[in-house]
Ligand binder design. Sequence first.
Ligand code: ZN
Length: 377
Amino acid sequence: MKCIINGQLVLPTDVVSGMAVIFDEKIEKIVPAEGLDLSQYEVIDAEGKWVAPGLVDIHIHGYMGADTCDGDPDGIRKMSEGLAKNGVTSFCPTTMTVSVEEIEKAFNDAREVKAEGAKYGAKVVGINCEGPFINASKKGAQAEEHIKRPDAEFIKKHADIIKVYTIAPEVDGGLECIADVFADGRVVSSMGHTNATFDEANAGINAGVRHTTHLFNAQTALMHRNPGVVGAALSDENVSVELICDTFHVNPGLYKMVSKLKGDKLCLITDCMRAGGMPDGEYSLGGQPVFKTGIQCLLADGTIAGSVLDLNKGVKNFYEHSGVSLATAFAAASLNPAKAIGEDANIGSLEEGKCADIIIVDTDFNVIKTIIGGIEK
Ligand SMILES: [Zn+2]
């Protein structure tokens, strides 16, 4: 049994000191450190740093040169290894709008790596299937030739591995697909890459949409007479939203407003592509060339093509620009996304009985130590 002492514990709604976390594979107990007989434990001294829940990235395409759709499980393993260094302990490898064969190969690769648990680093919890059921007019960096009519059977067929998929509710067959997947109950429908009006977005929500793919990006904007997808997502309390907090995809001046409106329905994601953790230069995403310069990744025509954000830096950006508490900032990248994909009974917070996915972080949000399932990575 192991024990972390001298940390500032980041709990779901509060940061506390003077408490010890006792864990093996799972968190056994969180108790006052005073009077604890430490001789029975392998002791980890957090030296006053933050002891936070492992981060959960539910939307990430690639990292360290690898991509979910590479057609090789080693790509996902490489992501797993690299992400653990940023404090990510669970993630959803995210597919792009590529051919059905390539998408299904990525599913199989994810199944293989998921079965390996935390062998390489961050655990695969399931796939985020971003496309092909999207609207070509809001395709962003997704390849138009692979866009398909929404097909609930495809999602249900792979419901063992898909946690969430993106759909444009307004396209032909969209609402039927959403309703069918909702009735099935295993996969979350997320509206995204959508040109829906406010009414069409609300129709999607009524049919079963419960999540929003990278809020503000690749969807209809909030205008006062045409509130769009953004207006519907911000208004409905059943719908969670993803936010890319790299300060580039969304003006950081909006972080506070989104947090106030969405509360625990706000999920920080990276939408990171393979150039994450790599030097500036030319890379590819969904078969298209992408140019990375600093925090920006663009297609040749200037279209934004994913990010190169590390999730711990996303938490830092969100914390510094939103004015929320530290507990709220960490929950947005751990408990909230875990809830959005229905995994919060196992992961997402420092609570007794959950997986011992724990990170030690300094006040600049640098990750000092990542523990996954009780094992240091
Ligand atoms: Zn994406």
